[in-house]
Design a protein around this ligand. Structure first.
Ligand SMILES: Cc1ncc(COP(=O)(O)O)c(C=O)c1O
Length: 310
């Protein structure tokens, strides 16, 4: 790694921000299953700067790009995002004084668009029919035309994405469960959460069982997840580490949102509820154990979904 001679200002700012990334609480889910020998926990990932699980990879990508000299104050950080990574880049970018340009499918929720604008990000809208696959193609095209203008972060291919989870999410889960975790479950988007956390957990204890989750159809409402059979598969995806691969139906996730709100006091996003639906399936397969997942974000940015559910 080429560590450039950095302005002490950058180092100080990166250090300040690092205290507000990760270290999220582990919430015990107590009221959705009856077998008391199976413990269920979820990390509340919205409790960090940038408001979602994507703050971890966004910060690691930005930090490494600055340290390696690829991202300077003259350039704009460019990437494709369905929302959360873009928001995390924009929040961290605002704190650091770095410009951010996001290629965003136009059907992203209004809340996401407003938050991105509030943090000062430039938004390039891409077709709602092309999802983040087309957004990636447009970002690639913009970068190839103006490489002097942008640092293209490529979250779907950037090793700093999965490594953020390898270095932080997995270690936190290991410490917070005092090494008692037996099962880890997570949905696949860029696949960074599952690949990075899973890899490190297997090193810490090779007996830990990993379950990856996907939507059950190409058209789904689980924002942030990818149906890998019909999408561009992220190059950071490690398909070999999952012991089990399950599919989750969007309506099952919606039912889980209602149940968790009334029984646990948490208002979850669709993908967080889908992770929990997967966890409950895994919990029903075992007699005892400690099953852990992440809740990538809460319902704050999903006003339309909530209006229809309640
Ligand atoms: C709400 C939400 N859930 C889940 C994911 C998937 O996480 P990962 O990209 O680490 O696979 C994302 C990713 O953007 C997301 O925004």
């Amino acid at each position: 790694m080429i560590v450039q001679e950095l302005d002490v200002n950058w180092i100080e700012k990166l250090d300040n921000i690092s205290h507000f990334i990760g270290n999220t609480p582990l919430f015990p889910i107590k009221n959705l299953h009856t077998n008391q020998k199976v413990k269920i926990f979820a990390k509340l990932e919205w409790q960090q700067l940038g408001g979602s699980v994507k703050s971890r990879p966004a910060f690691n990508i930005i930090k490494n790009a600055i340290l390696e000299g690829y991202l300077t104050s003259e350039k704009s950080l460019l990437d494709a995002s369905s929302g959360n990574t873009g928001i995390a880049y924009a929040a961290i970018g605002a704190a650091l004084g770095i410009k951010v340009t996001i290629c965003l499918p136009e059907n992203a929720s209004e809340e996401r668009k407003t938050i991105l604008k509030a943090y000062g990000a430039e938004i390039i809208y891409t077709s709602k029919y092309g999802s983040t696959d087309e957004a990636q193609e447009i970002a690639e095209d913009m970068y190839s035309k103006h490489p002097e203008k942008y640092y293209y972060a490529r979250q779907y291919q950037n090793d700093s994405n999965w490594k953020a989870h390898y270095l932080t999410t997995a270690e936190e889960i290991w410490k917070q469960t005092r090494g008692e975790i037996t099962h880890f479950v997570a949905g696949l988007g860029t696949t960074g959460t599952f690949t990075g956390t899973g890899r490190r957990l297997l090193e810490l204890n090779p007996d830990i069982h990993l379950t990856s989750l996907q939507p059950d159809a190409a058209l789904h409402g689980l924002e942030g997840w990818k149906h890998l059979e019909t999408a561009i598969v992220p190059t950071i995806y490690d398909s070999t580490i999952a012991h089990q691969k399950l599919e989750i139906d969007t309506f099952q996730a919606y039912d889980t949102i209602r149940e968790v709100a009334s029984k646990e006091g948490l208002l979850l996003s669709p993908s967080a509820a889908a992770n929990l639906a997967g966890v409950l399936k895994v919990a029903s397969q075992i007699d005892e154990g400690t099953v852990v997942t992440v809740f990538p974000d809460n319902a704050e940015k999903y006003g339309e979904v909530l209006k229809n559910l309640f």
